[in-house]
Design a protein around this ligand. Structure first.
Ligand code: 13P
Length: 385
């Protein structure tokens, strides 16, 4: 189907682009949402990733963070060790039953497995869409409360074109908001505007943007304060996504769940987390968005799966699913420990976690048979991804 047909069929209810009408003096000329050459493909990719029982494996840790993980099981941070670990993940047989997309770090997108196939081909063989982290990390935001801004817009258009050529079909950009730091108005605005600019650039290069303003778990605030900050952050994010003419049908969101701060005295039950998180999403996210793919943010494997399950006890306007890194990989890494003989057992652990979250996406997960390891929290103060 050509892009114009796509517009006619899928977005028929939308008013024609005002930009094509002659400008009248005193009237603001506004363009319509992205409807370029990739529009149809973006919608198809987003829908494929957000399909029933499926979620995303986030394995895009920077080399430094991946190194810290490897060191935690006694391995050196070498390119060979990173390659062996990531090869284990992408080539897990049957993973595509539960995982529809995998976010890669640039090194992995352009890397081969040790047997000489490309990592991208391994994912495609498994029916998993390859994705790419495109931001360039967090930097201090001057004149704020020690907050940060996310770099990476310079040259992004060319980088996205190169990533598409290499087989990536979606992208991720992670910006953060800190509740104990305020958050200050400039930090929230910068986070929201950066995400919107990135989303527009990614769509123009054929990559479905994952929009991720991570509201950090750090702090001793209660759940109502998190709700307030999340509503404010998403309101600004959607304002700028709309201002930048981003096609909502061709994006995915990666929110934090609405929980109390990690150092708050009271923990919330999964039902409470689900009620707060869904309230926030219903108030802020249009149903045109196909998928909500949560980050785990330092919750334990068990907690993040239980919370997701609680959110899928009744129908939602969007696909409500997962895009976990720590909550999918923790026991996998501990099982593997760099031993060739442990690869099968580690892949079995990955399948187990992926299936648990697939069940939770469909609201039918039970915690029967979960290990004590899966219940261990992974929160780290000031975590750097
Ligand atoms: P966690 O699930 O470990 O929070 O990581 C997800 C992610 O991609 C953060 O950007």
């Amino acid at each position: 189907m050509a892009a114009t047909q796509f517009a006619a069929n899928t977005l028929a209810a939308r008013p024609a682009a005002v930009a094509s009408r002659p400008a009248r003096r005193g009237l603001r000329v506004q363009a319509a949402a992205y409807n370029g050459a990739y529009a149809e493909e973006l919608v198809a990719t987003a829908r494929k990733i957000a399909s029933t029982g499926k979620g995303i494996l986030a394995m895009d840790e920077s080399n430094a963070t991946c190194g810290k993980r490897l060191e935690s099981v006694g391995l050196e941070n070498t390119v060979e060790n990173r390659q062996a670990y990531r090869e284990l993940l992408v080539s897990t047989p049957g993973l595509g039953q539960y995982i529809s997309g995998a976010i890669l770090f640039e090194e992995t997108l352009f890397q081969d497995t040790r047997k000489g196939t490309s990592m991208v081909d391994e994912l495609n063989k498994n029916g998993i869409v390859p994705g790419i982290k495109v931001d360039k990390g967090l930097h201090p935001l001057d004149n704020s409360n020690n907050e940060s801004w996310c770099a990476g817009l310079d040259g992004l258009s060319q980088r996205c074109a190169d990533y598409y050529k290499q087989g990536a079909r979606f992208a991720k950009w992670r910006s953060v908001v800190s509740i104990p730091a305020g958050p200050s108005a400039i930090a929230v605005r910068d986070c929201a505007y950066g995400l919107a600019r990135y989303a527009a650039i990614a769509q123009n290069a054929g990559l479905v943007p994952i929009v991720e303003p991570e509201i950090l778990l750090d702090g001793d605030h209660d759940i109502d304060r998190t709700l307030e900050v999340a509503e404010m952050t998403w309101a600004e994010t959607f304002k700028y996504l709309a201002d930048n003419n981003v096609l909502f049908e061709g994006i995915l969101l990666k929110p934090s769940m609405v929980t109390p701060g990690a150092e708050h005295a009271k923990r919330s039950t999964p039902d409470e987390v689900a009620a707060y998180t869904l309230r926030m999403l219903r108030r802020r996210v249009p149903p045109a968005v196909p998928g909500i793919m949560f980050l785990s943010g330092g919750q334990s494997e068990l907690e993040s799966t239980l919370n997701l399950n609680a959110m899928n006890q009744s129908p939602n306007p969007w696909h409500v699913s997962f895009s976990y890194a720590r909550a999918l990989q923790n026991t996998v890494l501990k099982t593997w420990k760099g031993e060739e003989g442990n690869v099968e057992a580690a892949q079995a652990m990955l399948l187990k976690r992926a299936k648990a979250n697939s069940d939770a996406q469909q609201g039918k997960y039970t915690a029967d048979g979960e290990s004590a390891e899966a219940a261990k929290g992974m929160f780290e103060k000031g975590y750097v991804y």
